[in-house]
Write a protein that binds this ligand. Sequence first.
Ligand SMILES: Cc1cc2nc3c(=O)[nH]c(=O)nc-3n(C[C@H](O)[C@H](O)[C@H](O)COP(=O)(O)O)c2cc1C
Length: 195
Amino acid sequence: MTRLGIVIGSTRPGRRAEVVARWVHAAGQRHAAVVAGDATLEVIDLADHDLPLLDEPIPAIRGDYRHAHTRKWAATVGAFDGFVFVTPEYNHSFPAVLKNAIDFLYAEWNDKAAGFVSYGGLGGVRAVEHLRTTLAEVKVATVRAQVSLSKYTDVALFTDPGNWSPAPAQEAALHTLLDEVLAWSRALKTLRAPG
Ligand SMILES: Cc1cc2nc3c(=O)[nH]c(=O)nc-3n(C[C@H](O)[C@H](O)[C@H](O)COP(=O)(O)O)c2cc1C
């Protein structure tokens, strides 16, 4: 069984991220590996964790977490084999709340895989390029396949999110992304200590 977490990368009131993450979860349930019971997809909402700006006195690489909120976040991330990050583009990068959440931990990210579902004026692609380099530093392997939702092709996501539904091609792209994240998550599991 491979457990994937869908990380909601925005905590802004009225965020589109939640709508997109709900679609990723629903469309992901139709992926063959999930249907077969070989994989699960669960939402990880940063809003549920309410992390402060990084307040750990010791760098995460040492694994000496002093705060209960860090240990709770570590237990959440540590339980997954791979991730799908749902991210908007904020000023040509990904949201600060997501960077902060990544910075809190180290070992819990290591030797896992991730893919991206992004959105923005140009599909959020610049946010993903930054996210790939950040995740490389915590030893997350990021897959090539990507879903990009643009305000020119997915107009309703930005103007009327309650009535947004992605084009069928986006579900196919998401399934390709999940194929790659699942394959790499399974391969990388062999590098991690059991537990
Ligand atoms: C602080 C901020 C900066 C933004 N910068 C960009 C940007 O650089 N490029 C872009 O395409 N959209 C940008 N946007 C528009 C967002 O992509 C759009 O508002 C999106 O819905 C935000 O995601 P969210 O609703 O999940 O928070 C920005 C939005 C905010 C709030």
